[in-house]
Write a protein that binds this ligand. Sequence first.
Ligand SMILES: NC(=O)c1ccc[n+]([C@@H]2O[C@H](COP(=O)([O-])OP(=O)(O)OC[C@H]3O[C@@H](n4cnc5c(N)ncnc54)[C@H](OP(=O)(O)O)[C@@H]3O)[C@@H](O)[C@H]2O)c1
Length: 355
Amino acid sequence: MTARDGKPTLAVVGATGAVGAVMLQILSQHADIWGEIRLIASPRSAGRKLAVRGEEVEVVALDEEALSGVDVAMFDVPDEIARQWAPVAAAKGAVVVDNSGAFRMDPDVPLVVPEVNPHAARVRPRGIIATPNCTTLSMIVTLGALHAEFGLRELFVSSYQAVSGAGRAGIDALRQQLSLVAGTELGTSPGDLRRAVGDDTGPFPEPVALNVVPWAGSLREDGWSSEEMKVRDESRKILGLPELPVAVTCVRVPVVTAHSLTVHARFEGEVTVDRAREIIATAPGVVLFDNPAAGEFPTPADVVGTDPTWVGRVRRALDDPTALELFVCGDNLRKGAALNTTQVAESVARDFGAS
Ligand SMILES: NC(=O)c1ccc[n+]([C@@H]2O[C@H](COP(=O)([O-])OP(=O)(O)OC[C@H]3O[C@@H](n4cnc5c(N)ncnc54)[C@H](OP(=O)(O)O)[C@@H]3O)[C@@H](O)[C@H]2O)c1
């Protein structure tokens, strides 16, 4: 450890992004276990000042020097930047906790959710630990708890994903589109939204204001999207169920932050709603909010800015006593990204302290 003041040095690579901004808030709220916190972004942002732990810190450009003397590096940058620079940070002695999709399916890189598979973080032959995609993270803590008791056998998921899952560009696109449609009668005849918004729909293939878009990511084999394949592959890896049947449909909705998912999960044997509710209510990092008679179910508007995964609409499948239906909602920038990464980085720092 190259610690200053006996505390490890942390680099936040991508400090100026949508996830990075939440990361800095979380670092300011959590117990202060770090020595220096170094803020790193592209050369475009070098010299900007950002607040963390109540202090203004100058952003530096990502290069070899910026990664020198770092003990733990949290990467919140596009895949291609992580692919290039995470191994550089690891070679310089840092433990990298990477939030991008660059290494998640690498067999030599653990994919870690502290509430589900914390032990996996200790075996990291490349010096890199990956954290899952925001959509996977929005449901996996709940599923991990149910799997531990009931044994998961099959999973069907539909997502209702917030635009901030596509970073600052996604938020900007929704805000811009909302400014064009507010107070109009758009959305009442075919193609009128598309004409009003024009060709620049931001990171989405269709307008997302007053609309839903059944697409996230890029095209994969047989018509699946990359986001759908991530949820399938990552869930299997985290739960240690490489053959788990998983079918996912990812849909973008006009919500700024907090992903929602409907989940149909089939288990080894018969399940009861009462036991499922007990498991959900006592699982770390999960809140049961489920009383439709009183109008209580999670929505993104209630959940945004909070840490846990919120679960409601818990029902047993009508035609299958071994299956449950759930509605799950979580802040994609907190547990879906910055919080999970911080939790992993903090556990690595605690191990430094123990060694
Ligand atoms: N948004 C989510 O819900 C979410 C959830 C889980 C995982 N992730 C992943 O987390 C990563 C960051 O996502 P985001 O949503 O925060 O994206 P974002 O808002 O677009 O921010 C991207 C960050 O990467 C930096 N960056 C871009 N090019 C760079 C370069 N050449 N060198 C150094 N830094 C560079 C940017 O710095 P500048 O400001 O200087 O351009 C910015 O800090 C992505 O891999 C994403 O897939 C996102």
